[in-house]
Ligand binder design. Structure first.
Ligand SMILES: *Cc1c(COP(=O)(O)O)cnc(C)c1O
Length: 347
């Protein structure tokens, strides 16, 4: 069987403690084994090449190498922090806002982030939608013409095969009421070899002037923007695909205005539009990555004065229990003008 380079790269990911030990000494094997039983381990060859393994606090290392602090559970943490399941009328589909839905096309990712908010699904080998699930999703969309936008998410939909991605696009395009399709993917960051001419061609062929396809990717640190990533993004943008960026505020990774300014400036320079900076969701075992909202607001204020407006994302919170996203800076901005009606940032 002929494998493409990205598939060979996937085969060469670090997935076991033994493989990880070739890069970094593991002293607490028993705990790390437990950690990766909850949230599987995968680090792509691309990321392995960018991590500074001599620095235990390297941001890229913190995001991908399992840590025993993931075993610490804080009382406010939840299995399903943003309430995917509460708003799931059928399997693999989340419908919280009237005009758009999330479709979980797979729960596999090229690389598994140690701070993943959907780890209750992605952490183990949870199967993705079978053929009859896909049929049901398509039927649901036919029955709900108020849904104008389908967000293919996961896991990571760019880990699907070209033929599977084309199938999704073909079937979604057949639904008159679906005007926009979005991919939420970290593959341009972790596995840039996946952004092949063939994949880009498939996406381009399913777009027209009034039916766009968007990609929302997930860079968290300026050092994640390596030459291979620049090339992957350029292929998408050159094809007419608008690429935006969302990611969480992460302690020890990007929780200072300087790092975020460098990240967002680099992103606009490679034609990626910063979209959301997320307050980290309350997923189990992620407290060591959490930054207080107050600190996040201070960072945003510092950023606002120092970078171009086109590089500034919105700082948002997905309110626990599936209540939806709210803009965290809104109340702060209004308060600066003396508006008293600002007690809750998401109403
Ligand atoms: C975040 C989210 C979306 C997308 O929201 P945007 O603000 O349009 O990016 C859609 N559905 C659900 C359930 C979500 O959590």
């Amino acid at each position: 069987m002929h494998l493409e380079q990205w598939q060979i790269d996937l085969q060469n990911c670090v997935r076991t403690i033994e493989e990880l030990e070739r890069f970094i000494p593991i002293t607490n094997r028993k705990h790390i084994r437990e950690v990766i039983a909850n949230m599987r381990l995968a680090i792509t060859p691309h990321t392995l090449g960018l991590i500074d393994f001599h620095n235990p606090n390297d941001p890229l290392l913190l995001m991908s190498v399992p840590n025993e602090r993931e075993l610490i559970l804080s009382a406010d943490e939840l299995d399903d922090p943003i309430g995917d399941e509460i708003h799931s009328p059928i399997s693999f589909l989340t419908h919280r806002y009237p005009d758009r839905v999330l479709v979980h096309a797979t729960f596999f990712c090229a690389q598994f982030c140690r701070f993943c908010f959907r780890r209750f699904k992605t952490g183990g080998a949870t199967p993705g939608p079978a053929e009859r699930d896909v049929d049901r999703i398509i039927e649901y969309l036919h029955d709900h013409p108020e849904v104008e936008e389908v967000i293919l998410t996961g896991g990571d939909p760019f880990t699907l095969l070209d033929r599977q991605i084309d199938d999704w696009l073909k079937r979604l395009r057949e639904i008159q009421s679906v005007r926009r399709i979005r991919f939420h993917t970290r593959v341009p960051v972790t596995l840039p070899s996946r952004v092949t001419d063939s994949l880009v061609g498939i996406i381009k062929a399913r777009m027209d002037n009034t039916h766009p396809i968007y990609v929302v990717t997930h860079f968290n640190h300026p050092r994640e923007i390596a030459p291979e990533n620049v090339t992957a993004i350029a292929k998408l943008v050159d094809a007419g695909i608008v690429v935006r960026n969302q990611g969480p505020l992460l302690k020890g990774v990007n929780d200072n205005p300087d790092t975020l300014a460098r990240l967002y400036k680099k992103l606009v320079d490679i034609r990626v539009v910063p979209y959301y900076l997320h307050q980290l969701d309350l997923a189990k075992g992620t407290s060591h990555f959490r930054v207080p909202i107050e600190r996040g607001l201070t960072i945003m204020s510092a950023l606002r004065n120092n970078i171009t407006g086109i590089a500034l994302p919105r700082y948002v919170l997905d309110v626990p229990g599936g209540k939806g996203k709210g803009d965290l800076c809104k109340s702060r901005d209004l308060a600066a003008y003396g508006d008293p009606a600002t007690s809750s940032p998401w109403d």
